[in-house]
Design a protein around this ligand. Structure first.
Ligand SMILES: [Zn+2]
Length: 109
């Protein structure tokens, strides 16, 4: 789900209560495809977070729904060295207690 303005249809992320394009407050969480493209990434080898085994890929992905609609995430289910800018990915949800984190994995053609 990504917030979408009901007045001009623009997707708004990170979520804010007012549309930055048309100032409408009619912004509603809306289902999206979960498909995206890697626009930037880094492979982290430092164990900054005790529960997060290294190496892992921290990335910015752009959702298919709108140019510039980006999400910070982790790319999973792939050798970190095989990730590239422009790679097609799709969302997978990882449950951590009561939260479902949106991570992304390679999208098969
Ligand atoms: Zn709007």
């Amino acid at each position: 789900m990504i917030n979408q303005c009901q007045s001009c249809q623009r997707y708004v992320h990170p979520p804010v209560p007012m549309c930055p394009s048309c100032q409408s407050r009619d912004v509603v969480a809306t289902p999206v495809s979960g498909k995206a493209t890697v626009v930037s990434y880094t492979v982290n080898h430092m164990p900054w977070v005790p529960d997060l085994p290294v190496p892992y890929v921290f990335a910015a992905v752009e959702l298919d729904e709108q140019p510039g609609l980006r999400l910070s995430t982790e790319i999973v289910n792939i050798d970190p060295e095989a990730v590239f800018i422009g790679m097609s990915v799709k969302v997978v949800f990882e449950q951590q207690e009561e939260i479902y984190l949106p991570l992304f994995e390679p999208q098969l053609p």
